[in-house]
Design a protein around this ligand. Structure first.
Ligand SMILES: NC(=O)c1ccc[n+]([C@@H]2O[C@H](COP(=O)([O-])OP(=O)(O)OC[C@H]3O[C@@H](n4cnc5c(N)ncnc54)[C@H](OP(=O)(O)O)[C@@H]3O)[C@@H](O)[C@H]2O)c1
Length: 422
């Protein structure tokens, strides 16, 4: 006798299988975090199903990802790339909807068949689609810290009002999340602040990047390839430069303030070159809880995909005996002026973080394209912050307008630096 639950055909089997799988949209699928996400997802075909993949313009890589993961939708933001992808896919026999432009990102952000959205677009371009996912009540796995830094309260309100779940993918924030008490929604509302939870401080670790020991007078001649050669993590070029300037850690201070409802003065940045401790939480009784692991983004990704459960991530076990020593240093603001600028912008609030982020994106781009020196990045960010007046953040329109103005001011600052040099 057949069980009434047994699927009668392959098609029925696929349908019943897809009902038990969680649909996922991967924004920034061709990037470093996107690829790590797809690696973890592919280890658990019974749990996850890729509904949509997005990228800006890397067609060949996307064709390969489509062959492996067979999504229903692909978005290439660049319209020429979307046309090329469409042609390439038509030769594979795969039936995949190809969309283009930023509106394509917004469309896949709200697909009902995807419960999870991995937000791994780099920079401000991730804000609008990630916000759309929040408004649609998705579980958002947030790697794209720039989106939260730019929009702060608007983003967090969208998460709260639409019962979305926000899980941090940055390894530090994921570590902090793991070291905090697990609370239900009602407990979270009753215990608003860190001190209600008995937490006295967050210790946010940083590797210190490739120039932790470089003589200050040698920083002028740093090349983009040197800045992107991170000693521990393998990442996209923009975040690699942000790690070298420690702007990344500054953005993470602001990100942590929004995620954990705190202020920059409760966060101590700690340089920890081995990057084995991913961050720590200090409690009023003197306990300090830390999360350790090999530096591999698949750990926080697997944690956020499975939360509150745990799944295998493919990451090698940490061999505690191989760690000869763990070092900790205070960051030096003379060496890392971007870190200081970001912490100050976080303290100031309003549109200051939006201005900081936009100026940094323009300055890093100019550095990567040979149009600005490495120390020039901090100068451009500082002069943009000094030139612009900060206001309250009242709407997405305000954020997008301030972001666009700050980009113009930063471009002007770069031009005036170039005029002085020539
Ligand atoms: N890498 C890490 O270990 C790490 C760790 C923590 C947090 N994060 C954060 O995660 C985000 C992604 O970092 P990543 O290192 O993975 O970056 P990445 O390797 O440079 O990848 C960026 C992804 O975003 C896409 N993209 C670029 N510009 C876009 C645009 N204008 N519109 C839509 N998509 C666009 C890229 O598509 P194409 O490939 O077609 O250009 C690519 O898929 C960043 O916010 C970063 O701060 C990264």
């Amino acid at each position: 006798m057949k069980s009434t639950d047994a699927p009668e055909s392959a098609n029925q089997y696929r349908q019943s299988e897809s009902l038990s799988q969680t649909g996922i949209v991967v924004f920034g699928a061709t990037g470093s975090v996107g690829i790590s996400t797809l690696d973890v997802v592919a280890r658990h075909p019974e749990k996850f199903r890729v509904v949509a993949l997005t990228a800006f313009s890397q067609v060949e890589r996307m064709v390969e990802l489509c062959k492996i993961h067979q999504p229903e939708y692909v978005v290439m933001v660049d319209s020429n790339a979307a046309e090329l992808l469409h042609k390439a896919l038509s030769q594979t026999g795969l039936s995949i909807n190809v969309l283009s432009g930023p509106q394509g990102l917004e469309k896949v952000a709200i697909l009902p068949q995807a419960e999870y959205v991995m937000a791994a677009i780099v920079g401000a371009a991730g804000l609008v689609p990630t916000l759309a996912a929040a408004k649609a009540g998705k579980r958002i796995l947030l790697a794209n810290k720039e989106a939260l830094v730019m929009s702060g309260s608007i983003f967090m309100n969208a998460v709260r009002e639409n019962n979305a779940q926000l899980l941090p993918i940055d390894s530090e924030h994921n570590a902090i999340f793991q070291c905090m008490p697990a609370l239900s929604e009602s407990e979270k509302q009753a215990n608003g602040s860190l001190s209600d939870l008995g937490i006295s401080r967050i210790l946010l670790t940083a590797s210190g990047g490739p120039f932790r020991k470089t003589a200050l007078n040698e920083l002028d001649s740093i090349t983009p390839d040197q800045a992107c050669a991170h000693p521990v993590w393998s990442m996209g070029r923009k975040i690699s430069v942000d790690s070298a300037t420690m702007m990344n850690k500054g953005l993470e201070v602001i990100e942590a303030c929004w995620l954990f409802e705190t202020r920059p003065e409760f966060i101590q940045v700690v340089i920890h070159p081995q990057s084995v401790i991913h961050s720590m939480v200090e409690y009023v009784d003197g306990s300090v809880l830390a999360q350790l692991g090999n530096p591999d983004m698949r750990t926080p990704i697997a944690h956020a995909l499975a939360w509150p459960e745990r799944i295998e991530s493919g990451v090698d076990r940490l061999n505690i005996f191989d760690i000869a020593s763990l070092e900790f240093e205070k960051p030096d603001f003379n060496r890392f002026p971007c870190l200081k600028l970001a912490i100050e912008a976080g303290e100031q609030g309003g549109t200051a973080p939006t201005i900081l982020n936009a100026a940094n994106e323009i300055a890093v781009d100019a550095f990567l394209n040979g149009g600005l020196s490495f120390p020039g990045i901090a100068r451009v960010v500082e002069s943009t912050l000094e030139t612009m007046t900060t206001t309250d953040v009242d709407s997405l329109e305000t954020i997008l307008r301030v972001d666009s103005e700050a980009r113009q001011v930063a471009e002007e600052s770069i031009n005036s630096i170039k005029m002085r040099v020539h």
